[in-house]
Design a protein around this ligand. Structure first.
Ligand code: PEP
Ligand code: MG
Length: 756
């Protein structure tokens, strides 16, 4: 197309002039449609904007009846305009009336126009409006014309996203779609309610100039940036280095493939040819790619979208000369962090007190960053599909980490309701805090030991805040997971000593590395296994790679100078495995003595009971260990053969199932009979009804996440444990049906006037 006024470059320049003239938003839109129509030698040019109520409203027109502006609306499933918005693809027709989706609107007077070209107005791959030109004569629009109209639509996208058009919408329509309130279901990661404003973990590059002054210069800038991009990716691949997001080689190889992709590069060049700046061209092409790939159901293709997003982002940084900055610096108050994915160390860089929540597009509740979010007590959700593309920085947003809900741009009544819930929660927390210094003793005078689960240094202040008696489970692998490289013996020793020092007189039970399964150390080679939960993990790795376990024992022994040292072994399946690990620990202790190094006053070595085979060798194992800690998360997974990380089955069986309770009861009975310490450190321990069942089975020691201590202490102090024990024993002896047990315990709690 070469219209009367000189093609897309001239059009873009004129558009820029219109945008900078002082005028109201409506006047500006009116001038824009006149400009486009005359430039493209079209009789009609119209702008439709998508509204919050899922309709498209005519916002401006040249050529159609002007009375129809802000009156004509189309549903998303209606007409050619609706089709373009739905599919987010251009549509070009020489005889529009023949198209099955054509819908006639008498008020517009459009029946006399035969040819039709419409393009979506895109933001983040979603259509937020449609731009149309029409001609009376039946004609075929050229590819260049389609391209030019798409470029023009980009300018309109900026206007819509900038909020300028908000006030123009017909009253009662709820405004434009881009500002509409949205509710999203996500996976709960970390409990709590947070109200605040969106901060993108990886801020978008702001493009200040859409229209090029000198297209030749832009073309050169694009080529140079592409060159540098390729070179930097080659460097990364060759050095095997890890970039800021912890990408691995596969991702880099994919980058390299795209960075050399002719189709992608051609499209970028074409966008520059229409008169866009190089950065605007990148944004435009990426928007089209997103629009296409977002509508794919193939997970592989959708995954590629993320790679392409990353690549486009790198190119934008290259072009604008801005460094990759994460939002960690200059974090505003009440920030709710939104990220596609994030590593655990990155989260630790943010100022905790300003963070109100974390929303991840990809990570789930077992991701490493999830563990850190829980440790920091930040409400968090994961698997929030498409969240990054749905929010703008600064948008109001609410996260409910318990229900797994996200409210984007919530209405005032929704905000009030959540604020009220957050207040209630805070009041309950206040009540629990008041219990901090009260002893966890039951009504009938039985002392219960309540300890914490921890895995990072940031967990330790919880000891003081909750009044817990110690750390019953320190997951040492979490320290390893957030470290940039495998911590050497001395680094480990320093870490363990700091932990012991902070805990002061309170004991800490260190669990040796429980890596493997879902817990992958980023700097160790990942081994592909069909069934990682049943694979090479935990103590199995330690026994097969003795240097790893030996170093850890040595570091722990050196750290615990003149103090008591408690160590436990994860995932032990046989007595022999325990013996082998114990022999290794004893050798290290002997070595320490031989070298006259200061060591612990006393060493206790315990076993985690997580594999059912040990349940059938209880008599033998119990005499060899100093204590037993039951990991009910894994024990449940293996007893019922349910993958704890698979949402389809993980909640299929109730931990209060009589079969499970009987198995646990046997351990409690035998340990109590032999005078061996036994405790529970799985999630069950921190849940009131579950903890009641465990107390009823004879357990007196529990280790749980910090948020559990308050509610469980309140429960302990209100309960008569002798009566509870009788109740549980009777119900199990009577052969209670599985689903009844939970209800029966709730009744018992109700009768004791307990509420949780
Ligand atoms: C368990 O399995 O119950 C446990 C406490 O260990 P983790 O959750 O770390 O596997
Ligand atoms: Mg476990």
């Amino acid at each position: 197309m070469r219209g009367a006024l000189g093609g897309p470059r001239v059009l873009l320049r004129r558009l820029r002039e219109v945008m900078s003239e002082p005028a109201s938003a409506q006047e500006r839109l009116d001038r824009i449609v006149v400009l486009i129509a005359s430039n493209m030698v079209a009789e009609v040019c119209s702008v439709y904007v998508a509204r919050a109520d899922n309709t498209l409203e005519l916002y401006a027109t040249e050529g159609l009846n002007r009375e129809a502006v802000h009156l004509t609306t189309m549903r998303m499933d209606e007409g050619l305009v609706g089709l373009i918005a739905r599919e987010a693809q251009p549509l070009s027709l020489s005889d529009a009336h023949q198209h099955p989706s054509f819908s006639y609107r008498p008020e517009t007077g459009e029946e006399i126009y035969n040819s039709f070209l419409g393009v979506p107005i895109l933001r983040g791959g979603n259509a937020i409006g449609v731009l149309v030109v029409q001609n009376r004569a039946a004609r075929v629009y050229t590819e260049e014309e389609v391209e030019a109209l798409q470029t023009t639509a980009m300018v309109l996208a900026e206007m819509v996203a900038g909020g300028e058009l908000e006030a123009l919408a017909r009253p009662g329509s709820g405004g434009t779609v881009i500002r509409r309130p949205l509710q999203l279901k996500a996976e709960p990661i970390s409990d709590g309610i947070g109200l605040g404003h969106v901060v993108l973990h990886e801020p978008r590059v702001e493009i200040k100039n859409l229209v090029a002054d000198d297209p030749e210069l832009e073309s050169r800038r694009l080529q140079e940036a592409l060159e540098q991009l390729r070179a930097s990716i080659d460097d990364l691949v060759d050095s095997g280095g890890l970039s800021h997001a912890g990408e691995h080689r596969d991702v880099l190889e994919t980058f390299r493939m795209f960075a050399n992709d002719r189709g992608w590069i051609r499209r970028l060049q074409e966008a520059v040819n229409t008169g866009l700046t190089a950065e605007a061209a990148v944004e435009r092409v990426q928007s089209d790619v997103r629009a296409r790939l977002l509508r794919q159901t193939d997970p592989y293709l959708r995954e590629r979208l993320h790679d392409l997003d990353d690549l486009a982002n790198r190119l934008l940084h290259q072009l604008t000369g801005t460094a990759f900055t994460l939002a960690a610096e200059n974090l505003p108050e009440n920030a709710i962090l939104v990220a596609r994915a994030m590593g655990p160390a990155a989260l630790l860089e943010y100022q905790r007190l300003r963070l109100r929540g974390l929303i991840l597009e990809e990570g789930g509740s077992t991701s490493h960053v999830a563990i850190v979010a829980r440790a920091l007590g930040i409400p968090a959700v994961g698997k929030a599909e498409g969240i990054v593309g749905l929010v703008e920085p600064g948008d109001a947003i609410i996260i409910d980490g318990h229900a797994g809900e996200v409210q984007i741009r919530p209405q005032p009544d929704v905000q009030t309701a959540y604020a009220e819930r957050a207040r209630l929660r805070a009041r309950r927390q206040e009540q629990y805090r008041a219990l901090r210094d009260k002893p966890p003793v039951t009504k009938d005078g039985v002392a219960i030991d309540l300890q914490l689960n921890a895995g990072l240094l940031v967990d330790l202040p919880n000891l003081d805040e909750t009044g817990a008696a110690g750390v019953g489970l320190f997951r040492t692998e979490i320290l390893f997971m957030v470290a940039p490289s495998l911590p050497r013996a001395q680094q480990q020793e320093a870490l363990y000593r700091t932990i012991i020092d902070i805990a002061g007189r309170k004991p800490v039970t260190f669990r040796t590395l429980d890596i493997g399964g879902d817990k992958v150390l980023p700097y160790l080679k990942k081994i592909e296994e069909e069934n990682p939960a049943l694979g090479w993990r935990a103590v199995r790795v330690g026994l097969d790679r003795p240097a790893l376990l030996r170093t850890q024992f040595r570091a722990l022994l050196n750290a615990a100078r003149e103090r008591e040292l408690r160590i436990m072994l994860p995932m032990v399946a046989t007595v022999e495995e325990f013996e082998a690990a114990r022999a290794m620990l004893l050798r290290e202790r002997e070595r320490q003595k031989r070298l006259s190094q200061a060591g612990p006053k006393q060493v206790h070595l315990g076993v985690m009971l997580e594999v059912p085979s040990l349940l059938f060798d209880l008599e033998r194992i119990i005499d060899r260990v100093d204590f037993i800690s039951i990991g009910t998360n894994d024990l449940m997974q293996f007893m019922f053969a349910v993958d704890r990380d698979n949402a389809l089955v993980s909640t299929r069986f109730d931990p209060l199932h009589p079969a499970f309770l009987r198995a646990l009861g046997r351990v409690a009975a035998l340990a109590n009979e032999r005078g061996k310490r036994v405790s529970i450190c799985g999630e069950m321990a921190g849940k009131p009804l579950e903890a009641m069942a465990l107390l009823g089975l004879g357990f007196r020691s529990f280790s749980m996440s910090p948020s559990g201590i308050g509610p469980i202490k309140a429960l302990v102090r209100a309960i008569d444990v002798t009566a509870l024990q009788e109740f549980v024993a009777t119900r199990l002896a009577e052969g209670v049906e599985a689903p009844r047990m939970r209800a029966d315990l709730a009744d018992f709690a109700g009768a004791a006037e307990l509420s949780f």
